[in-house]
Write a protein that binds this ligand. Structure first.
Ligand SMILES: [Zn+2]
Length: 297
């Protein structure tokens, strides 16, 4: 009889009961119930400008969806200290610093809650959908900001400070100052927030310009190549809202990475587009919630 590895889609769906999944992003917040592989009761709204307002709405929404829920997983759009379960900072929403989201929600909802940064959670969701040989996975989300995560041998690699694989503030060598205090960051060159800030119109409109788009893809390729040299992933999955560029991003990016790999005489990583709708992060939050439920027994 064949044995299925933990985290495969079928194994996950079979084990799934009903979990609350929350995605707290820089621009929008979503709450869903994930049950037997289906996302139900999905609701989303523009993120509030302050953490306390955001938490109030999350709690009231969750309480309206709490029937027969076993546990809750939360994806936080910012730097997050996983061992302490505390927000370090959000780049785009004030008031999150030091907040223990899991304790606040656990107290309000009466179920186990676990939180991690949204790139880690989305990586768990994408990993659950991959073929077994595509390991390790480097997940990179390009949206309002840039996040990244590594899953190897079914485990998220978190590092000493919950920052393993965070590529957003990798220096690319350009001269633009970033919100993090450094100059020349990967995120500063390619994120939706900065495209809109620099050009004063929606990122999708900005990227309609062929020359801006060409440079944008080149900058993404440079960042991902730097990451590949260090991490040697089998597959890179590009998620986040900007992955909605589809083949217009995937094709030139795959070509650029293949050229860089050829020059260095090493195999290129496979490149895939992830889910641009943000729903995979909710599947990942449910995977994490399942682990929280097991840990509470
Ligand atoms: Zn930066």
């Amino acid at each position: 009889m064949s044995r299925e590895r933990p985290g495969t889609t079928s194994a996950y769906y079979r084990a799934c009961v009903r979990y609350l999944a929350i995605d707290i992003g820089g621009s929008k917040t979503a709450v869903a119930v994930v049950s037997e592989g289906a996302i139900t009761g999905y609701t989303t709204w523009p993120s509030a400008s302050h953490a306390s307002e955001s938490l109030d709405r999350i709690i009231s929404t969750c309480l309206s969806m709490i029937d027969d829920i076993s546990a809750c997983g939360v994806a936080f759009g910012g730097v997050f200290d996983f061992p302490q379960q505390k927000c370090v900072r959000s780049m785009h929403v004030s008031g999150w610093e030091g907040t223990d989201i899991s304790s606040v929600l656990q107290h309000a909802l009466g179920i186990p809650v676990v939180t991690d940064n949204d790139a880690n959670v989305a990586a768990l969701g994408e990993y659950s959908l991959l073929d077994q040989h595509e390991d390790p996975l480097l997940y990179v989300t390009i949206s309002t900001g840039v996040g990244a995560a590594i899953v190897a041998n079914h485990q998220l690699i978190r590092g000493a400070h919950s920052m393993f694989g965070e590529l957003g503030h990798l220096p690319l060598g350009h001269d633009k100052p970033c919100n993090c205090g450094q100059i020349g960051c990967f995120e500063r060159a390619v994120s939706g927030y900065w495209l809109e800030t620099d050009h004063g119109r929606p990122a999708a409109d900005v990227l309609a310009d062929p020359e801006i788009h060409r440079q944008w893809v080149a900058d993404i390729a440079t960042g991902l190549w730097c990451a590949s040299v260090v991490l040697d992933p089998a597959v890179i999955v590009i998620g986040g809202g900007m992955s909605a560029q589809g083949g217009r991003l995937l094709n030139p990016l795959t070509q650029a990475l293949a050229q860089k790999a050829s020059k260095s005489k090493r195999p290129p990583p496979a490149v895939r587009l992830g889910d641009p709708t943000g729903r995979t992060v909710l599947v990942g939050a449910a995977v994490m919630a399942r682990e929280a439920e097991r840990g509470s027994r």
